[in-house]
Ligand binder design. Sequence first.
Ligand code: NDP
Ligand code: GDR
Length: 361
Amino acid sequence: MKKALITGLTGQDGSYLAEFLLEKGYEVHGIKRRSSSFNTARVDHLYKDPHEKDVRFFMHYGDLTDSTNLIRIIQQVRPDEIYNLGAQSHVQVSFDTPEYTANSDALGTLRLLEAIRVLGMEQSTRFYQASTSEMFGKIQETPQKETTPFYPRSPYAAAKVYAYWITVNYREAYNMFACNGILFNHESPLRGETFVTRKITRAAARIKLGLQDCLYLGNLDAQRDWGHARDYVRAMWLMLQQDTPEDYVIASGEAHSVREFVEKSFGELAISIVWDGQGIDEVGRDERTGKILVRVDPRYFRPTEVDFLLGDPTKAREKLGWKPESDFDGLVREMIQTDLREADRDNLCQKAGFSVLNHNE
Ligand code: NDP
Ligand code: GDR
């Protein structure tokens, strides 16, 4: 039985990947951070009492900023494959916590690679690094592919560029099977609530049920290449099953604006949005009632923005045989449907006299 170790197990991708690997018959180990409240909601459905028989899913406390626990966990588990998905992954938050972001996202990757090396596991453990389209930042070429130069535009992206190159370096210096997946934005109903897609689908559902009045957003004109996380974790696994370690762009090959994502999401709820005004005064109104449902809040503008990203997944298609199963419309629909159910639950709780706090961020 193959063993995999996942950092960032409790995040969106960690959850989808753990489920995928368990279905493939792997023994799955994941690192979770100690937190003062439970942070395992996304993987709780995979948990089994460790005292039962045939358990194949294990969680270990750890942190990418602590070499000692990384070495200990890798020594104990001796994984065939390590997927480094753990990161402070929010671009805007990285401007507020640049040093911590560098520590976990850049040095955390180095710590893992070095742990594999000091344990003498360079030839037995394959390594996946969660690299990102944010590394392309200020665009030098469209669409972006494996050979497109990087121009990071945030502390997060700069940290991920370091992680990318240190992964390449360990591959070349120590002949390790180490790959970078340069993944473009991928979303799902499990997406963190403060990334723009989930923020939009949650708000649209809550507005529809009367739990919220207005959605506040930053740059409506930013364009992203959005795919589904379920498709993207399959690509991570495929990269580690090849004969040679290489880096791959994973993308849908389609770009859409934040504005379009808003229109599509409200459209799923039979609300048509019309835009009015310009710049920070722009608002989105319900075409039927004239009520303002979307406003721009400059608080969400970034000191340096990535305006446009569009990936070219040709290499992944040709070499990995990878192609996505979900499309943009299906993604939005699935997210809206899930958030509608969650909003419905909140509505019921509220009616039963329980207070439900909504972080409108
Ligand atoms: P999430 O933010 O949903 O999950 C991040 C995970 O990393 C969480 O489990 C989090 O733990 C954990 N984590 C954060 N800091 C540390 C730390 N110091 N030590 C150990 N674990 C830590 O991200 P996604 O699942 O969306 O993304 C997975 C990876 O892929 C990330 O590295 C991200 O940067 C990268 N990426 C994501 C893309 C996307 O569109 N989703 C695109 C390209 C790359 P906790 O739950 O406790 O917060
Ligand atoms: P991104 O995702 O920065 O691309 O990073 P995010 O959803 O945060 O932003 C996408 C675009 O939307 C614009 N935007 C807003 N963003 C947020 N979060 N909140 C808002 O209110 C808002 N209004 C407009 C942003 O300015 C931006 O242009 C994600 C993360 O998952 C990274 O970890 C990953 O590496 C990249 O995707 C690929």
